[in-house]
Design a protein around this ligand. Structure first.
Ligand code: 26Q
Length: 827
C-alpha cells in the first residue's frame, strides 16, 4: 500500500544516509565536516555501488549455472560518460538518493556533476559501444564488453585565442569508485621474438612462438546495470603491467636502466587513447594496444569456457564475439594461434571454430580510415600472427582462384595483403574472411559497402553482409539528460516508452492538443534557459532563449562540413548587415567538437568558428539576432545539456561519407528538427518522420558520383554565386582575422581549388533550405507539431532495437532474466 511504500522509502533514505556516513568515515577516512566534494562523490558512489553488488553476483552465477550464450563485444573504445547518474536511473534510486543527499545537507546535482567522465573513446564508435552495453543489460542479454583501460582518455579541449589546445585527461586521478581490479585474473601477453617448429611427445609437428617481451594484462571490471532489471553485465577493461613487480633482483644488476626501461615500455601500452578518428596512422604502439586487449580478451573467454566445458569444440555455442570495426581484427589470427599452438587443434577445426565465433561491424566508407598495417612491422611485433595471416590468405586465395578461374585482378583486389607498393595487411579483409557475418551501420552505408568497398566479398558470400542500423539508448539520452521532457511524455502516455521506444507513437494524436503543445514548448524553452543561465554571468554575450537554437556538435572533420554551416552564417551576417529589415528569426548557432591534434585543417576550422563568433557577437548591428557559441570540450556530459535544448540539428555531411551518425538520433528524440543531407541514418530518420517533417537539402550519392565523374570545379560555382562569393571573400579579405589575409588561406584555397567534400556544390541548396527553416520557425504552432512528430517516430532508433537485431540476425542469443535469489549477505 501507499503507506507501506512510504515507510519503506523513508527507511531506505535512512539507510542511504547511514551508508554515506559510513563510507566517508571508513573509506575516505574523513569527518563529515572535513569532507570535500570529491569525498562526498566517492561516498555516495560507493553506497550506490553496494546496492548493485547482489545483482552483480547473481548475474555472474546465472552465467555459470545456465547453458547461456554470452556476447563478447570487442571494442578499442567505450565512451561511457558519467556512471553515477546513469546507475541511479537504471536502479530506480534517483529520488531516494537525491533525498538522502539533501538531508545530509548536499545537492545531488552538484555531486553528479563532480564525476570526471570516463572518456575512453573518440566519438560515434565508442559511444555506440556504450549505448549497446546499456541495451544488452536492459534486454537481459549476458554480455561482456572488452576494451582498454586507458590511463589517459580523450584529451580535454580548451580554447585559447580561438585555437584548440589539448590537455591530458586525468580521469582516474580523483579515484574511480566503479571499477574492481581483478589481479588474480591477470593474463600474459607476448610480443616480438620468433617462431620455431618442434615435434611434441606424440610425434606431431607443432609451431611455437617465442616472444621477446611479455607484459601482464590486468582486468578492471565495471558493472553495467540494465534499466530496472536484475541483470548486471560486465565492462572488462585491460591495463598493462610489467610482468614481475619491479624487483631488480630478477634483472642483471648491470642492466638496471634496461630493466626500468622494460617496465616503462610495458606500462606504456595502455597509457593513452589515440585521439584520431577516421584517419588511419600505422603507429607501432597502436598495433600493440590492439593486440594487447584482443589477446587478453580471447584468453579470458577461453578460460571462462574451459571452466564449464572440457574443450573448445563448442566455443561458438557459448560465445558470440563482435569486432567493433577492424581495431580488434587481430583477434582472428590470435584465436587461431590459441586453438592450434596452445590447444592443439588442426587448422581445419580451428578455422571452423573461429569463423563461427566472430562477426564484424564496419563503421566507415572513408578510404583513408581503413586500417592497413605494414607487413614488416606486423611481422616484427607478431611473427606468429603474420604466418597465420599468410596461411589464411593462401587458403582463401585458392578458393577465389577456383571460383573465378583466370581472373588475376580479383585475386589482387581481395587478397589480405596489399602488394601495390610497400606491403600491407588489410585488416578489413582479414575481418571479413574470419567472420560469419559482416554488417554496416545504416541502410545506405550497407548498400554502399555492398556496391563499392566490400563488393567483391558481397559477390562471393551474398548472405554474409547485412545491415544493422545504429541506435542510441533512451535511458541516457532522454530520461537522464532531459528530465523535463521525460516527465511530460510519461504523464501523457505512461512510462512504457523508456523500454519500448515505439510507444512514443502514442504522442502523435497529441499534436492536436493545444495544452500538450504548449507544455512541449515550455519544456524546450526551459531547457534553453538553463544554457543561457550558464553563460549570462560571464562578460560574454548573453544568449536569447527566444532565438532558434541551431546546433552542430560532433568531431570536427571536413567531411562533416562544419565550414558549410559557417558559410551560411557568414552569408546571413552579411545579409543582415546590408538589410536590417531582413525577415528572419533570431538565431543562436552552437558548435562543439574536438579536432584530432594532428589535423591542421580541422583546427583551422575551429579557429574560424571562434573568429567569426568574436566579430558577430560584438557587432551591434546584429545584436540579439545572430549569435555564435563554440562550447569547448564537447563530451558526453556536455551532450546531456545540448541535445535537449536544440531546435535544429545540423547533419550536413556530404552524401556517402557519414556511415550512420548517432547524434542525429539524439537530437530528434529530444524534439529538434533536422536539416540534413541524404547521408547515413539521416535517410532512415527522414523515412520515419516523413519528408514533410525533415529539412532536406543537397546532392544524394548518385548526384555526387555524377558530378565527380563529370569533373567538379568549385571555382565555377564560386564565380556564379554572388552570396557565396561575398561570404568567401569576407573570410579571405580578413574581416574575421583583423585584416590578416593569410590566416584562413589554406581553408579558402582548399575550398576554391579542391573542395574534396563538395561544400560549394551543396551551398545554394543549403542556404535555401535554411531560409525555409527560418520561415517555419516563425510559425511556432507548426514547428512544435513537427517536433512532436519527430520525437514520436524515433522508436526505430533506440539501441534496444539495434541490439534485438544483432541478437536475432548475428549472435543468435536469447535473454537470460536474472532472479534475485535471496541469500543472506555477509555481516
Ligand atoms: C584507427 C587506427 C589508429 C588510430 C585510430 C583509429 C580510429 C579510431 C576511432 C579510427 C576510427 C575511429 C572512430 C570511428 C567512428 O567513430 N566512426 C563513426 O562510427 C559511428 C558509429 O557507427 C557512426 O555513426 C559514424 O558515422 C562513424 O563516423
Amino acid at each position: 500500500t501507499d503507506c507501506n511504500s512510504h515507510t519503506n522509502d523513508s527507511n531506505n533514505i535512512k539507510k542511504l544516509k547511514r551508508g554515506f556516513a559510513y563510507k566517508l568515515f571508513y573509506q575516505q577516512g574523513v569527518w563529515p565536516q572535513n569532507a570535500s566534494l570529491n569525498d562526498y562523490y566517492l561516498a555516495v558512489s560507493y553506497t550506490v555501488r553496494d546496492r548493485m553488488q547482489k545483482m552483480f553476483l547473481n548475474s555472474i552465477r546465472a552465467l555459470q549455472e545456465k547453458d547461456s550464450k554470452i556476447v563478447g563485444y570487442l571494442s578499442a573504445e567505450f565512451l561511457m560518460g558519467p556512471h553515477l547518474h546513469n546507475n541511479l536511473i537504471n536502479l530506480g534510486l534517483y529520488d531516494q538518493v537525491s533525498r538522502a543527499v539533501e538531508e545530509s545537507g548536499l545537492d545531488i546535482k552538484q555531486i553528479i556533476d563532480h564525476e570526471e567522465e570516463p572518456g575512453l573513446g573518440n566519438g560515434g564508435l565508442g559511444r555506440l559501444a556504450a549505448c549497446y552495453l546499456d541495451s544488452l543489460a536492459t534486454l537481459q542479454i549476458p554480455a561482456i564488453g572488452y576494451g582498454i583501460r586507458y590511463e589517459f582518455g580523450m584529451f580535454d579541449q580548451e580554447i585559447e585565442n580561438g585555437w584548440q589546445k589539448e590537455l591530458g585527461d586525468r580521469w582516474l586521478h580523483p579515484g574511480n569508485p566503479w571499477e574492481f581490479k581483478k589481479a588474480h585474473m591477470a593474463v600474459e601477453i607476448g610480443s616480438g621474438g620468433y617462431t620455431e617448429r618442434y615435434t611434441d611427445d606424440h610425434g606431431n609437428l607443432r609451431v611455437r612462438w617465442v616472444p621477446a617481451r611479455m607484459v601482464k594484462g590486468i582486468p578492471y571490471d565495471t558493472p553495467v546495470i540494465g534499466y530496472r532489471v536484475n541483470n548486471v553485465n560486465l565492462l572488462r577493461l585491460w591495463s598493462a603491467e610489467a610482468p614481475k613487480s619491479f624487483d631488480f633482483d630478477d634483472f642483471n644488476v648491470g642492466d638496471y636502466q634496461g630493466a626500468v626501461h622494460e617496465k616503462i615500455m610495458a606500462e606504456t601500452i595502455t597509457k593513452v587513447l589515440y585521439p584520431n578518428d577516421e584517419q588511419f596512422r600505422g603507429k607501432e604502439l597502436r598495433l600493440l594496444q590492439q593486440y594487447f586487449f584482443v589477446s587478453c580478451s580471447m584468453q579470458d573467454m577461453v578460460r571462462i569456457h574451459l571452466f564449464q566445458f572440457p574443450n573448445l569444440d563448442n566455443f561458438p555455442d557459448k560465445f558470440a564475439v563482435q569486432l567493433n570495426d577492424t581495431h580488434p581484427a587481430i583477434a582472428v589470427p590470435e584465436f587461431m594461434r590459441l586453438l592450434i599452438d596452445v590447444h592443439h587443434y588442426s587448422w581445419e577445426q580451428a578455422w571452423d571454430i573461429v569463423t563461427h565465433t566472430f562477426a564484424y561491424t564496419n563503421h566507415t566508407l572513408l578510404p583513408e580510415a581503413l586500417e592497413k598495417w605494414s607487413v614488416d612491422m606486423l611481422g616484427r611485433l607478431l611473427p606468429r600472427h603474420l604466418e597465420i595471416i599468410y596461411e589464411i590468405n593462401s587458403r582463401f586465395l585458392d578458393l577465389i582462384r577456383i571460383k573465378y578461374p583466370g581472373d588475376v585482378d580479383v585475386v589482387r583486389r581481395m587478397s589480405i595483403i596489399d602488394e601495390s607498393g610497400e606491403r600491407y595487411v588489410r585488416m578489413a579483409h582479414l575481418a571479413c574472411i574470419g567472420s560469419h557475418a559482416i554488417n554496416g551501420v545504416a541502410e545506405l552505408h550497407t548498400r554502399l559497402l555492398k556496391n563499392h568497398t566490400l563488393a567483391d566479398f558481397h559477390r562471393l558470400w551474398p548472405d554474409k553482409l547485412t545491415n544493422v542500423t545504429n541506435g542510441v539508448t533512451p535511458r541516457r539520452w532522454m530520461v537522464l539528460s532531459n528530465p523535463r521532457l521525460a516527465r511530460l511524455i510519461s504523464s501523457a502516455i505512461g512510462d512504457g516508452w523508456i523500454t519500448d521506444l515505439y510507444k512514443l507513437r502514442k504522442l502523435e494524436p497529441l499534436v492536436d492538443d493545444p495544452a500538450f503543445c504548449e507544455k512541449w514548448q515550455q519544456v524546450k524553452f526551459e531547457n534553453k534557459q538553463d544554457i543561457c543561465a550558464m553563460f549570462s554571468c560571464d562578460c560574454g554575450p548573453v544568449f536569447n532563449p527566444y532565438a532558434l537554437f541551431d546546433v552542430q556538435v560532433k568531431r570536427i572533420h571536413e567531411y562533416k562540413r562544419q565550414h558549410l554551416n559557417l558559410l551560411h552564417i557568414v552569408n546571413l551576417y552579411h545579409r543582415l548587415k546590408n538589410n536590417p529589415d531582413l525577415d528572419v528569426p533570431p538565431r543562436t548557432f552552437i558548435f562543439g567538437g574536438k579536432a584530432a591534434p594532428g589535423y591542421t585543417m580541422a583546427k583551422l576550422i575551429i579557429k574560424l568558428i571562434n573568429s567569426v563568433a568574436d566579430v558577430v557577437n560584438s557587432d551591434p548591428d546584429v545584436k540579439n539576432r545572430l549569435q555564435i557559441l563554440f562550447i569547448p570540450n564537447f563530451n558526453v556530459q556536455i551532450g546531456h545539456m545540448l541535445y535537449p535544448m536544440a531546435d535544429l540539428s545540423e547533419q550536413i555531411s556530404l552524401a556517402g561519407k557519414e556511415a550512420s551518425g548517432t547524434g542525429n538520433m539524439k537530437f530528434s528524440m529530444n524534439g529538434a528538427l533536422t536539416i540534413g543531407t541524404l547521408d547515413g541514418a539521416n535517410v532512415e530518420i527522414r523515412e520515419e518522420v516523413a519528408p514533410e517533417n525533415f529539412f532536406l537539402f543537397g546532392m544524394d550519392v548518385n548526384a555526387v558520383e555524377d558530378l565527380r565523374r563529370a569533373g567538379y570545379n568549385p571555382q565555377t560555382i564560386y564565380n556564379q554565386n554572388e552570396g557565396l562569393k561575398a561570404a568567401i571573400n569576407l573570410i579571405a579579405m580578413g574581416h574575421f582575422s583583423h585584416g590578416d589575409q593569410e590566416l584562413f588561406r589554406p581553408l579558402i584555397d582548399s575550398l576554391l581549388y579542391h573542395d574534396p567534400y563538395m561544400v560549394l556544390a551543396d551551398y545554394q541548396s543549403y542556404v535555401e533550405c535554411q531560409q525555409k527553416v527560418g520561415e517555419v520557425f516563425q510559425d511556432p504552432g507548426r514547428w512544435t507539431k513537427m517536433a512532436i512528430r519527430n520525437a514520436a517516430r524515433m522508436g526505430k532508433f533506440s539501441s534496444d532495437r539495434s541490439i534485438a537485431d544483432y541478437c536475432r540476425k548475428v549472435w543468435k542469443v536469447k535473454p537470460l532474466p536474472v532472479e534475485l535469489k535471496l541469500q543472506r549477505l555477509p555481516e
